[in-house]
Design a protein around this ligand. Structure first.
Ligand code: NI
Length: 172
């Protein structure tokens, strides 16, 4: 098992930056392994490189059921190329916003173009949980967080609560 990395929490500026294109190098392969280890340890179902302090267009995810064998997916430079017209609403959370959950409406199906770890061009089509996870993680590469889809009132409530929780953790 690879070592884990510290996860950045809101309001870390890195979480609002636009990430750079990435190449399939040994460094990126090593980073993706560490990101997967970090994601599984959290535990979470998706993690984007900016969340571990790297402004790179790199995403790892695994939406397989708890009792199913692991099914890690690693995406370099992922891009949404098609979305369904119909939306689905589901509860989202984020490892950079610990303890915060809210309903978010997004296209029910998406097609994403990306490069694999060997640099090859790939496509993945997802619906339901996979579609939401793909969109949530790709948002991270553009400095967008799921709380951006909420009303300003709800978003500010979340941010205040998070700041309070993190302060309490630091003070302990
Ligand atoms: Ni997230």
């Amino acid at each position: 098992m690879s070592e884990t990395m510290p996860i950045l929490y809101v309001p870390a500026p890195m979480l609002r930056a636009r990430a750079r294109l990435v190449e399939a190098t040994d460094d990126v392969r090593a980073l993706s392994e560490k990101m997967l280890a970090t994601m599984y340890a959290a535990p979470g179902i998706g993690l984007a490189a900016p969340q571990v302090g790297e402004a790179l267009r790199l995403v790892v995810l695994d939406v397989s059921a708890k009792d199913a064998p692991p099914n890690p997916v690693i995406l370099l430079n992922p891009e949404v190329v098609a979305v369904s017209e119909d939306l689905a609403t589901r509860e989202e959370g984020c490892l950079s916003l610990p303890g915060m959950y809210a309903d978010v409406a997004r296209p029910h199906v998406v097609r994403v173009r990306y490069q694999g770890l060997d640099g090859s061009k790939q496509e993945i089509e997802g619906e339901g949980l996979l579609a939401a996870c793909l969109q949530h993680e790709i948002d991270h590469l553009n400095g967008v967080l799921f709380i951006d889809y909420l009303s300003p009132l709800k978003r500010n409530m979340f941010l205040r609560k998070l700041a309070k929780d993190l302060k309490r953790e630091r003070d302990q």
